[in-house]
Write a protein that binds this ligand. Structure first.
Ligand SMILES: [Zn+2]
Length: 54
């Protein structure tokens, strides 16, 4: 996979249901978005889906 690929990452918090839509970049086999935590302080439990941009 191209290391410069860009992704749209949808993150939904499993605790409060808040949704975040972020842009990410593939780095070392992992999409990096810079996302740290939800507004409710949840840092671990998320539903994440990502979509590659062409
Ligand atoms: Zn939350």
């Amino acid at each position: 996979m191209n290391e410069q690929s860009k992704f749209i990452v949808n993150i939904e918090c499993s605790h409060c249901g808040e949704r975040f839509i972020l842009k990410g970049r593939m780095k070392k086999g992992k999409v990096e978005t810079g996302f740290k935590r939800c507004v409710c302080d949840n840092q671990d439990e998320f539903d994440i889906s990502q979509e590659e941009l062409s």
